[in-house]
Write a protein that binds this ligand. Structure first.
Ligand code: HEM
Length: 468
């Protein structure tokens, strides 16, 4: 460990076994960013028993993520304690490349990024607005209904159908995901590697609701099994069908292929985890920041009224005529970066970042929050200012390379297109219908809770007044 450390960039010294983790506090993304003042943009941090190289600004993140050597994943993470099958999020090398390529192909075949996907999302939003309408302008905890709403979009993608909000199966996996994401943090998952350490920690800390996890696994298994019975390879209904069809072809060519039912199960669960909470958290911040900055909300209302009007639902193409709305969304995704520290990477060969030598098999963490608050890129990054994404005449949206909420490079977010479409359609549909305000001052503090994603600390209790 000490020898390993000597080969790595310098950094703060931590305690035996737990490393620097206890000093990172409630907001590790900010604490790590601050360490950059002393140690620069590339340094080593001991998290648990692991030495992790941190990329702490845009220059360092860009330099690393342009290199294939940084595409690896740790061989064990806290999640591999739960199940031996790895999803494409945890896979390495050719298996990862192949599973990722195939997932993207299935998404394209299913029309993701096209109109059919948008229709389904708009349909799902109609269930949400029905619930909101029932509140008649009384305060409501929007989190409670956004959870099932967002996970239904992923249910559609995976299983080809939605679940009623009150359906017991839906409640099982929503509860599991919600609980896990608030008990866990990315930093925690790193500090809990290697596997023996996580096993002890899980037992002592009752971190994972094992029965909730098992119940979720059995729902996925039963969906996969019913899809196998009704599979028609000429008419693929969803991701499971697409994967099963690909698996059939692969297994005919090579019985040892890595396209297996176990991998399908792991991928499907990974999509669920990665694709519902992220979009939900982003949407919660969008609504909270609209409530806080009513002058911005007014401008978005005006843009919606002139581009979409009141008689039809919004579509993703509308964004091209809505520069302020787009700038507002971009700024929210910068200011409240959904995944503030990126998922862990591992170097697959000896390499370097900005001249610092990084040996093979080093764990690497990009601090996306630091990139989004890098004063070399952003003017007064601590201020919330949608204008930074607009040209001086306010007519066009400016593309800023250091805006990387979906990460950057060849291993960026697989669901970026779906995520962008969902965020836009949810936000614009809700503002088309309602004026949003906060039910109390606590909501408007915009305090954060650092879990698997960066969530609002206080329940997002909001008031939705119908606009017409
Ligand atoms: C606002 C919404 C979202 C945000 C902010 C987001 C962000 C991210 C980030 C930061 C990563 C890490 C990439 C890296 O290692 O560099 C990631 C990976 C991933 N995301 Fe998303 N995501 C979102 C929505 C989605 C959706 C809707 C899906 C699924 C349909 C999804 C599926 C995945 C998967 C499978 C990976 C792993 C990719 C790989 O390792 O090759 N995400 N996402």
């Amino acid at each position: 460990m000490i020898q390993e450390r000597q080969r790595l960039p310098s950094g703060p010294v931590g305690l035996p076994v737990v490393g620097y983790s206890p000093f990172l506090g409630q907001h590790p993304h900010k604490a790590i960013t601050k360490l950059g003042d002393k140690y620069g943009s590339v340094f080593t941090l001991q998290l648990g028993v692991n030495n992790v190289v941190v990329l702490n600004d845009w220059e360092a993140a860009r330099d690393a993520f342009n290199k294939d050597a940084f595409l690896g994943k740790p061989l064990h993470t806290a999640f591999t304690v739960l199940t031996e099958a790895k999803s494409l999020i945890d896979e390495n090398g050719d298996v990862w490349r192949d599973q990722r390529r195939s997932a993207l192909q299935v998404l394209r075949d299913l029309g993701f990024g096209k109109g059919s996907m948008e229709e389904r999302i708009i349909d799902e939003i109609s269930y949400l607005t029905k619930c909101i309408d029932e509140t008649n302008g009384e305060p409501m905890d929007i989190h409670e209904v956004l959870v099932p709403s967002m996970s239904n979009n992923i249910s559609h993608l995976l299983f080809g159908h939605r679940f009623d909000y009150n359906e017991p199966r839906r409640k099982i996996f929503d509860k599991f995901l919600d609980e896990t994401s608030s008990r866990f943090s990315i930093i925690g998952t790193i500090a809990m590697s290697p596997i023996w350490f996580s096993k002890i920690f899980f037992k002592l800390g009752n971190i994972i609701n094992r029965s909730g996890f098992d119940a979720m696994v059995s729902i996925f298994e039963s969906e996969i099994s019913s899809h196998r019975k009704s599979l028609d390879t000429n008419n693929k209904r969803d991701y499971i069908d697409g994967y099963l069809a690909e698996m059939e072809v692969r297994q005919r060519k090579d019985p040892n292929t890595h396209f297996t039912l176990k991998a399908l199960d792991a991928n499907a669960r990974a999509f669920f985890g990665a694709g519902s909470e992220t979009v939900r958290t982003t949407t919660e911040w969008l609504l909270l920041l609209s409530a806080k900055y009513s002058e911005h909300q007014k401008r978005i209302h005006e843009e919606i009224d002139s581009v979409v009007g009141r008689d039809r639902s919004p579509c993703y193409a509308d964004r091209l005529h809505m520069p302020f709305t787009q700038a507002f969304i971009n700024e929210v995704m910068r200011y409240k970066t959904t995944i503030p520290v990126n998922l862990m990477r591992r170097t697959t060969e000896d390499t370097s970042v900005l001249g610092h030598f990084i040996p093979k098999d080093t764990q690497v963490l990009a601090n996306i929050w630091a990139v989004h608050n890098d004063p070399k890129v952003w003017h007064k990054p601590q201020e919330f200012s949608p204008k930074r994404f607009l040209t001086s005449d306010d007519k066009e949206v400016i593309k800023i390379d250091a805006w990387i909420p979906f990460s950057y490079g060849k291993r960026n977010c697989v669901g970026e297109t779906l995520g962008r479409v969902e965020v836009f359609l949810y936000f614009v549909s809700l503002l088309q219908k309602y004026t949003i305000s906060a039910a109390n001052d606590e909501v408007l503090t915009l305090e954060e809770r650092f879990g698997l994603s960066l969530q609002p600390k206080h329940k997002p209790i909001l008031i939705f007044n119908k606009r017409y």
